[in-house]
Design a protein. Structure first.
Length: 256
């Protein structure tokens, strides 16, 4: 019996109705436990952490209590006020997601709880927060766009490992991200911010390289490079990026 099965067995003994639940998140398989209420607890990281099996069981129960019906009203207000949009590969699961103009990439809503701790918003959590999906998207978009940032490629060059910069006399493009450089790729959805690039390069046609979930690289499209060559560049970059941080294996052409 594996560890997750043992956790489920112990939770069942304590009166919880649970089952094993596995889903794909940003192209990576995740293991969790689903309660009869619909709440899902991601247990991969818990299983890898030090501590006894009972410690993990208590942590799982604590997660459920944290989002229970008696959740603190201040915490609810904090979550609702700190919703943001992230981008990921098309995935399954109960999270609130929506299509984007980039084939194979979808957007999702997450909340920043505290420093270095965020959680994705599921449909069950949305119900608990007592706000509509439309309102959640509106708030998340407002917060996300307020942090949009477009930076010269040279400032984030270490992350764009596939770009050959030797002999370049001018900036070949820009990095689209957010002020905290976390889940910043969603800034590509901010059309008002992107209009600055139209003024800068005197064109409204651009190539978008999804370098990771944290940023995208965008350059003017002069039509000299074929789609196949652009896609190869992205795949080369992805070889150096952790699987859970990859967005797509292709480049995109957009008009702003």
């Amino acid at each position: 019996m594996d560890k997750r099965a043992k956790i489920i067995e112990e939770l069942t003994k304590r009166g919880y109705e649970v089952e094993a639940y596995t889903w794909v998140e940003n192209g990576v398989k995740r293991k969790g436990i689903r309660f009869a209420s619909g709440d899902i607890v991601f247990v991969d990281s818990m299983l890898k952490a030090s501590g006894s099996l009972m410690d993990v069981v208590e942590a799982v129960i604590s997660c459920i209590k944290d989002v229970g019906e008696d959740v603190d009203s201040e915490l609810i207000h904090h979550i609702i006020s700190n919703l943001y949009i992230g981008l990921q590969k098309k995935s399954d699961g109960d999270n609130v997601t929506a299509e984007t103009e980039f084939d194979g990439i979808e957007k999702f809503i997450y909340a920043r709880i505290k420093k270095n701790w965020s959680c994705r918003i599921s449909h069950s959590l949305l119900k608990l927060l007592k706000i509509s999906e439309r309102e959640a998207w509106r708030t998340a978009e407002k917060n996300t766009f307020a942090e949009s940032e477009i930076i010269s490629w040279s400032e984030l060059l270490p992350k764009i490992t596939w770009l050959d910069v030797e002999g370049m006399e001018e900036d070949p493009g820009d990095v689209v991200t957010n002020t905290i450089k976390e889940w910043g790729a969603s800034a590509i959805l901010n059309k008002n911010a992107l209009k600055k690039l139209v003024q800068k390069y005197k064109t409204n046609r651009f190539i978008v390289f999804p370098t990771s979930v944290h940023e995208m690289f965008i350059v003017p499209d002069d039509g000299d490079i074929r789609q196949e060559e652009l896609d190869i560049m992205v795949r080369e970059n992805n070889r150096k990026i952790r699987p859970e941080e990859r967005l797509a294996d292709r480049a995109y052409i957009i008009e702003i």
